[in-house]
Design a protein around this ligand. Sequence first.
Ligand SMILES: Nc1ncnc2c1ncn2[C@@H]1O[C@H](COP(=O)(O)OP(=O)(O)O)[C@@H](O)[C@H]1O
Ligand code: SF4
Ligand SMILES: [Mg+2]
Length: 298
Amino acid sequence: MKIRELNVRFGNKQILKNINFNTDNINTIGIVGESGSGKTTLSLAITRLIPKKSISGNILYDNIDILSLERKSLMWYRKKVQIIFQDPYSSFNPKIKIGDAIKEGLDIHNIGTNNERKKLVFEVLEKVGMKKDDYDKYPHQFSGGQRQRLAIARALILNPELIIADEATSSLDVSIQAQILNLFTSLQKSLSIKYIFVSHDISVVNYFCDYILVLYGGQIMEFGPINILKKPTHPYTQLLLSSTPGYSYYYPEIIPKINVDSNCPFYPRCYKKSQKCQEYNGKYFYLSDNNFTTCVNI
Ligand SMILES: Nc1ncnc2c1ncn2[C@@H]1O[C@H](COP(=O)(O)OP(=O)(O)O)[C@@H](O)[C@H]1O
Ligand code: SF4
Ligand SMILES: [Mg+2]
């Protein structure tokens, strides 16, 4: 997938600005940023779950601009790219049997006979560590962790190439979270799926992802291989690490009192700000082929 100059606007509010990145040759890319930074909006935009009129730019998948797809060809895209949300409690209709909810994708895409569809649901239940008997149960009969397994099963039923997991483990206890991350890892190995893994928790992204994209105020601050976290260059990435348990990154508490006009969204909280910050225009400065920052002061 190639994202080019993606902007999302709701009314007169610009939510995402000039987002560019490629997922080619990357198995798992983590999108990190605090609440309100635009992670969900980005996830919804690239799954085409936001009205087209709010989006500009290009989202290329297999070199096809998915923003130009109409209903029928959008079905093609929906098979390839699936999304899983944070809340395993609200993502299933309480009145629909789990098996039927998972089967829905096959019904919509008219794949196989009803018996064949059921068989595929049994298989996918097994893949996520659930049982055949779970088919006839209702969402309330499962724990949060089990429900997230079922949400993964529903995402897997159409054999997607890419799964976007938006805070998919954030509401789970640490031990359950680890189990779900292990499940993601083993599914990736057996089914060669790519993930875009969205989280406000940089330590989970550090553990799970090959690449990281750091969002702040709807703009990319930094992008690169996960090992950039060993020596982060962007002040916002440094701040995220300094406030994460287990990371002893030091972020100066004193913010300089200078007053320049800067378009950098992080300017008010940045310890490193200087006169130079007035040059900020969102341009990407490449530190290597696959690593860029938007900070003008590195
Ligand atoms: N439908 C919407 N209409 C207007 N503003 C929205 C809408 N959805 C999200 N926003 C705003 O967009 C910003 C980013 O939100 P979101 O993408 O949910 O961030 P995150 O997932 O990182 O917490 C927030 O300021 C939020 O209030
Ligand atoms: S451009 Fe300036 S304000 Fe923005 S992150 Fe860099 S140093 Fe901080
Ligand atoms: Mg969100």
